[in-house]
Design a protein around this ligand. Structure first.
Ligand SMILES: *Cc1c(COP(=O)(O)O)cnc(C)c1O
Length: 378
């Protein structure tokens, strides 16, 4: 099955009982047992048929064996972190999503799970950060908002040789463009709130693995900690995933044209987009993914211009989040990455003039005109 077909026909899909072409929403919290211990579903936290249909679809589209749906991306990452114990150490990509950084520094650290943040593009830096306590490497590629790229294959073979788990947050590239499990990663996580849902109407998270033992442990953790995705949101997510392929193709077409537009603009001093040949991670990304996505970051020539573009655009909505049909604009330093201390932020290059676009499905001409207005200061 090819990619777009899989998004529609993967997982369980149809309802076998009625022939309905979409799985039904089962709100039931409990299920009648045929006899004690004789059941397919028992209790809604442990398993729900709608969530199960979504989880089987998630497993298929990430080329894994088992999928798990959670109440948010951070709930998914938190569940994965329950694989580790006090005393363990994890190496983490230095410019991870702000909420992930906060989870590692404010919650997991308190629980005795230490993290070292390094530029995971640099394998020597990863090796230097490794201690006898290290159990895993957690990466994002491309990263948010600087779109730095880590070579998944290389890091996977390092992780395997050193007996570390490689966890990849694949939110930005999406399973349509990139499949970390195929490249050797052990665990894929998603904020399904973003491209998988795709319509800014559901908050959800996903974990996918290929290893049976890991799947068993994660199923135990999912049930034991309980941050599961509800049946209605599970259904909404399946509905969103069906159009992931066409959305990503169209979003990328818009993104490429907007990059061209920004390249020629006098009030834009630098552009971050993995599709640009001069982008530092371009070659690596092209080897491990089939597309470059819809996130563009750029440096406005001044804070005044950055402010102007954030306040004057009409179709680019000033909002957090990304990956939906509507285009969004944000200033990471003051929004998504505000939970990262200022000195760390500037060391990473997340400046007060760095603007991030999440390109949507509007007409390119409207988006370009919108940015032109924002980038013009009278
Ligand atoms: C949004 C996001 C998260 C967190 O997901 P939520 O669904 O908001 O909890 C994690 N990783 C990345 C890359 C994200 O963009």
């Amino acid at each position: 099955m090819r990619k777009k077909t899989q998004l529609i026909h993967g997982g369980i899909g149809m309802d076998a009982e009625t022939g309905a072409v979409t799985p039904p929403i089962h709100p039931a919290s409990t299920f009648k047992q045929k006899g004690i211990g004789n059941f397919q579903y028992e209790y809604g936290r442990t398993g729900n048929p709608t969530r199960h249909a979504l989880e089987s679809l998630l497993a298929d589209i990430e080329s894994g064996a088992h999928g798990f749906a959670f109440a948010s991306g951070l709930a998914a990452i938190t569940a994965v972190m329950k694989l580790f114990s006090s005393g363990d150490h994890i190496i983490v990509t230095d410019d991870v999503y702000g909420g992930t950084y906060r989870l590692f520094t404010k919650i997991l650290q308190r629980e005795g799970i230490a993290a070292t943040f390094v530029d995971t593009e640099d394998q020597a830096a990863v090796a230097r950060a490794r201690t006898s306590k290290t159990k895993a490497i957690f990466i994002e590629t491309p990263t948010n908002p600087l779109l730095k790229v880590t070579d998944i294959r290389k890091l996977a073979s390092y992780a395997q040789a050193e007996e570390l788990l490689l966890i990849v947050d694949n939110t930005f590239a999406t399973p349509y463009w990139q499949n970390p499990l195929v490249l050797g990663a052990d665990i894929v996580v998603h904020s399904a709130t973003k491209y998988l849902g795709g319509h800014s109407d559901v908050v959800a998270g996903a974990v996918v693995v290929k290893d049976e033992k890991l799947a068993e442990t994660l199923a135990f953790i999912q049930n034991a900690t309980g941050a599961v995705l509800g049946p209605t949101d599970s259904w909404l997510l399946m509905r969103g995933i069906k159009t992931l392929g066409v959305r990503m193709e169209e979003i990328e077409t818009n993104a490429r044209m907007l990059v061209k537009f920004l390249l020629g603009h006098p009030n834009v001093s630098r552009i971050y987009y993995p599709g640009l040949v001069e982008h530092p991670g371009h070659a690596t990304h092209a080897l491990q993914a089939r597309g470059f996505g819809g996130i563009i970051s750029f440096e406005a020539a001044s804070e005044e211009i950055a402010d102007n573009v954030l306040n004057k655009t009409t179709y680019f909505t000033l909002a957090e989040s990304l990956g939906a049909v509507e285009s969004l604009i944000s200033l990471p330093a003051k929004m998504t990455h505000a939970s990262i201390p200022e000195d760390r932020r500037s060391a990473l290059g997340i400046t007060n003039t760095l603007v991030r676009l999440s390109v949507g499905l509007e007409d390119f001409e409207d988006l370009a005109e919108d940015l032109e207005i924002g980038l013009t200061v009278f």
